[in-house]
Write a protein that binds this ligand. Structure first.
Ligand SMILES: [Zn+2]
Length: 283
């Protein structure tokens, strides 16, 4: 089995502050070790499920996207790191993979309570909806997974992150390693317990996948024609977003734009380009 892991950092048990997940800040080295342990717990859980050889690709999707120590990755995992990836948090996934894990994910900008909540860029994007339903990064990134026919089978993070993915992938296993209290507070499991929970959820996810014979359950709420609406933080940002093809202004709300496409991968790429384009005036 080939497993693709997209790893963020805000969803790690214990992490509640931007300084804990920004390189150079005094706490970062400690918290990156906790993240590494959670990523490894997901890999080890998948290995425990058995079912033959497993191959892993970890796509580092947080900040400058180089938070893990390659030699310390479990399972002989390959590591995709570094910035400026056209497929961003889903770079490296192709249809040869059997499953996707979202590790250390966080809630959407409007999700509450959700520690360190944001949707790609908190300075530019206020809310994203897919088919009318609020989507965090997990929902948006699911466009790529469903576009390639690879199921998302595991998510780890807080309770809001788990609920947001459930709207799109009700069958996915969840490891809720912390309970967000507010945007900057959470009650976290002890890191050892968090890792044990992730290991068990990953094992379950991979064994149930093996039981259905590698079947590809369809994700809910992402029909053939996908409608994405993005509420920007202000009308200037929304106007800039409409410079892109297939991005249309809302008729009533000057802060909202609509993206619609029958090709989910292209829709995701349009969204990523919107994120990169609006970064110029949002920061
Ligand atoms: Zn992040």
């Amino acid at each position: 089995m080939k497993i693709f892991i997209s790893s963020d950092m805000e969803g790690t048990a214990g992490v509640v502050d931007w300084d804990q997940c920004r390189p150079g800040r005094h706490d970062y080295e400690y918290y990156r070790d906790l993240l590494q342990a959670e990523v490894n717990a997901a890999i080890e859980g998948a290995l425990e499920a058995g079912g033959g050889e497993h191959e892993f690709l970890v796509n580092d999707s947080h900040g400058r996207m180089a938070n893990l120590r390659p030699a310390q990755l479990a399972g002989g995992a390959s590591y995709l790191s570094g910035r400026h990836k056209p497929m961003y948090m889903m770079q490296g996934l192709d249809s040869s993979f059997d499953a996707v894990f979202f590790v250390s994910y966080h809630g959407s900008m409007t999700g509450a309570p959700a520690t360190l909540s944001h949707t790609y860029n908190p300075a530019a994007i206020a809310e994203v909806r897919l088919g009318g339903r609020v989507a965090g990064e997990s929902g948006i990134n699911s466009l790529v997974a469903t576009g390639l026919g690879v199921p998302v089978v595991l998510v780890t993070g807080d309770q809001t992150t788990a609920a947001e993915l459930e709207a799109f992938w009700p069958e996915a296993k969840q490891a809720v390693v912390k309970r967000s209290v507010s945007r900057f507070a959470a009650e976290s499991l002890h890191p050892d317990r968090a890792c044990a929970l992730i290991r068990a959820a990953a094992r379950d996810a991979v064994s149930s996948l093996a039981r259905v014979g590698g079947g590809r359950p369809p994700s809910r709420g992402l029909g053939a024609h996908v409608e994405m609406s993005v509420r920007m933080r202000n009308p200037d940002l929304a106007e800039m977003a409409t410079w892109l093809e297939r991005v249309e202004p809302d008729e009533q709300d000057p802060t909202v734009v609509h993206l619609a496409d029958t090709d989910r991968i292209r829709l995701y790429r349009t969204f990523v380009t919107l994120v990169m384009l609006t970064r110029g005036i949002a920061e």
